[in-house]
Design a protein around this ligand. Structure first.
Ligand code: SF4
Length: 136
């Protein structure tokens, strides 16, 4: 079987069934683990224009928003209260948020909501921020 061809062209359900078959073959004890985490969307303002996305709003749109550090902190506490061990910070590519905002956010989280697991920024968010900073 040409795996790349199968991965690229197989109907989604067929691909999922095959992935499940391989998983069962590799892990016959059928033990599946998971963690509780929370994906915090800190802004819906974005310039990436992904065609599938119904979440984002272009800059200056009346429905655009960015959470305050306090709002983000509340969401972290809510997640921890139900056993979350990982927080993922994921937002739009918001040109109004300076790189320092992210650094201050991490300081705020470290001070006010000390990590008990991992705190992650989506890599595309970090790259966007880094590139925006270099452009200024
Ligand atoms: S980068 Fe994220 S928020 Fe922006 S349009 Fe794409 S999926 Fe939506």
């Amino acid at each position: 079987m040409d795996l790349l061809d199968f991965y690229t062209n197989a109907p989604l359900l067929e691909l999922g069934a095959e992935a499940d078959r391989v998983r069962r073959e590799k892990h016959p004890r059928n033990i599946v683990t998971f963690i509780v985490d929370r994906n915090i969307n800190y802004t819906n303002v974005c310039v990436a224009d992904c065609g599938f996305c119904a979440f984002y709003r272009r800059p200056k749109h009346a429905e655009g928003w960015t959470l305050s550090y306090e709002d983000i902190g509340r969401k972290i506490d809510e997640a921890k209260a139900v056993g979350a061990v990982q927080i993922l910070m994921q937002g739009g590519h918001n040109p109004y948020i300076p790189f320092e905002w992210y650094l201050d956010l991490l300081r705020y989280i470290k001070t006010n909501h000390p990590p008990s697991g991992d705190e992650n920024l989506g890599h595309h968010d970090v790259r966007h921020r880094r590139d925006a900073r270099r452009a200024h």
